[in-house]
Every structure is written in C-alpha cells, then in structure tokens.
Design a protein around this ligand. Structure first.
Ligand SMILES: NC(=O)c1ccc[n+]([C@@H]2O[C@H](COP(=O)([O-])OP(=O)(O)OC[C@H]3O[C@@H](n4cnc5c(N)ncnc54)[C@H](O)[C@@H]3O)[C@@H](O)[C@H]2O)c1
Length: 305
C-alpha cells in the first residue's frame, strides 16, 4: 500500500462499502493510501466482494458498530481516525417506509454514537439531494437550489436524511472538536449508466424530479476525500452533483419550460447544474472531473457543459 497522503486520516471505516457509491469510495481512498476497513451487511465472499479488509456488520446493532470502531474484532484492530458512513436503504420505495426509517435511522444513530464513544472526531456521511424538496411537485423556491433554505423532505427516506442532518448538529454541539460533514449526493451514476442519458432529452418531465442532476460515483468519491480533510469543527452540509445536467437542452430553457415561475438566481451556463455546487467548490475545494458527455455522444462537443 502507498503511504497515505499526509493530510488524509490514516485509518478510515467506510460503511455501505459493498454499495454502488461505497465500492468506488473504498477503491478511491485505498488508491490514496488510506487504510480502509470496509463494512457492510452484505459482501465479504459474495460476488459483490469489495476486496481488501472487510467486515460484515449490521449497523442497526450498536454492539457490532462499537466493536468495529474500537478495533475490537479479531484481525481488525487499529485506531480508527475517521468514519465515512454511506450505508442505507438508498431511496424511497425500496422497502416499506417504516422499514426504511427503522434501518436508516438506527444505522446512522449507531454510527454517530459509536464514533463519539470511540473518540473519533471526523465523520463524513451521505445525506441526499432529496432534502432539497425532490421530486419538486412543489416547485423549488429558486434555482439553482442550494443549502440556504431549510430541508423540505417529501418522503420517509428523505425525512430520515433531514433528521440525520439535525442529529449531526446536536452531536457537534455536545462535542466542540467534532467535524461532521453531510454530503447531499445527487443521483449516483456509473459510466455504464450514461448510455441511457441521451434518451432523457425527449421528455423534460422524465428527470425534472431532481432538476436533471446526477453525480458520477468517481466525483462522489472525490467529494468524500475533500470532506475528510475539512477541518472546521461543527456540522455542515454540501450539495454534491456534477457540473452539468443530464440533458442536452439548456438549463435555462428547461427551467423556463418546466418551472416558469421559479426565480433564476444566476446567469446559467449552457448545461450548468441546477443543484448548486458553489458551496462545495468554495469550502471543500470540490471540483467535478467527469461528465456523461465524455462517455456518450450527445451531439455536442465533449465537455461542453
Ligand atoms: N444512489 C443514489 O442515487 C443516492 C443519491 C443520494 C444519496 N444516496 C445515499 O448514498 C449512500 C450510498 O448509496 P448507494 O447508491 O451506494 O446505495 P447501495 O444500496 O448501492 O449501497 C448501500 C449499502 O448499504 C448497505 N446497508 C444498508 N443497511 C445496512 C445496515 N443496516 N448495516 C450494514 N450495511 C447496510 C447495503 O447492504 C448496501 O451495500 C446512501 O446513504 C444513500 O442514501 C444515494
């Protein structure tokens, strides 16, 4: 293993490590020399194996979480410097509302509480774009949407994400040295997903539910790395999306057609994201490096966003 970049935590637990985003985050951090204990309730020796150091943990069981975080499990010792918590039922409607809430709220409480008990001062976790008011049946207050208005959860899944953000604020109030960063990821995409993107253009209503946003999993991993070196104590949240939309139509044109009454707060680039990443750029130094346009011919020049 390469030496960890000096500014990065040495040993990090990543939860949800067998998931779509988690697998990319684990590989990314290991590539940067971070010692990662990958944790999930599935994986290990099954086909979704993430490889490397891996521990099967059901995060709804506090005892398992505290053991993982304090290095108590045989073969998995070592002081944990930071936690990246990505495990969740990752969308509304995949399980019953009550089951989504029970799993996600217990998992996140246990992760936050066990990190506190273990003296871990740095927690990065996956919040969600949904707290911005998705699926925008009620139009957004303005565009691009950002972190400046209060969460507007419209589903049980999103309600839980909003409560997690509130919970983080209180954990940080209890411990003034704690750094907690919530990343409000947009819809996570892998390169294989991009083949479908040109078909979105025919009907702007198809993807209006998240203002035509997305996040390339590799850029999601970059955001996690940036959040892991964020050094300001307290809880903060950031919208994490790519720099462009999923559409070939212009962002201004989409808003004018679908949300004509919504104020547009800035001069928009041709395909500029309507999920503002200005704060993540400014505070975290996040800068997306990927675009679906680099992988699929949308009829426009590559990287024209
Ligand atoms: N996929 C998206 O479009 C999207 C968008 C915004 C936010 N997010 C958030 O990002 C995170 C990662 O999402 P993803 O797309 O990789 O989801 P995913 O379903 O691919 O991965 C989530 C992983 O969490 C694990 N998990 C769930 N409950 C667990 C528990 N109790 N104990 C241990 N492991 C558990 C699952 O086994 C799974 O491997 C989630 O928190 C999700 O809510 C996802």
């Amino acid at each position: 293993m390469t030496e960890a970049a000096p500014h990065l935590p040495r040993r990090v637990v990543v939860t949800g490590a067998a998931g779509k985003l988690g697998r990319v985050v684990v590989a990314h951090l290991r590539g940067r020399g971070v010692e990662v204990l990958a944790v999930d309730r599935v994986g290990g020796r099954d086909p979704r194996d993430v490889g490397g150091e891996f521990l099967l943990v059901d995060l709804t069981d506090y005892g398992q979480v505290i053991e993982a975080f304090t290095g108590g499990t045989d073969e998995h010792g070592g002081t944990v410097d930071a936690v990246v918590h990505l495990a969740a039922v990752p969308a509304p409607g995949l399980t019953s509302n009550a089951s989504t809430f029970a799993n996600n709220s217990a998992a996140t409480y246990n992760v936050f509480a066990a990190a506190r008990a273990a003296g871990i001062k740095r927690v990065v976790w996956a919040s969600s774009e949904t707290v911005l008011g998705l699926p925008f049946d009620t139009p957004p207050p303005y565009a691009p949407v950002d972190e400046e208005y209060a969460p507007r959860p419209e589903s049980t899944y999103s309600l839980n994400k909003a409560l997690e953000e509130e919970m983080a604020r209180h954990f940080c109030r209890w411990d003034p040295d704690l750094v907690m960063v919530g990343l409000r990821f947009s819809n996570v995409m892998e390169v294989a997903d991009y083949a479908a993107f040109p078909s979105f253009d025919a009907d702007p209503a198809l993807r209006r539910w998240n203002l035509w946003g997305y996040i390339d999993a590799r850029d999601g991993a970059q955001a996690v790395e940036r959040a892991l070196v964020h050094d300001v104590p307290g809880a903060d949240v950031f919208v994490i999306a790519n720099a462009d939309t999923v559409m070939s139509r212009s962002s201004a044109g989409l808003m004018a057609e679908v949300y004509p009454g919504v104020p547009i707060r800035k001069a928009l680039g041709e395909h500029e994201t309507l999920l503002s990443i200005d704060k993540a750029r400014r505070v975290l130094g996040y800068e997306p490096r990927h675009s679906w346009r680099d992988h699929v011919d949308d009829g426009a020049a590559p990287g024209s966003a």
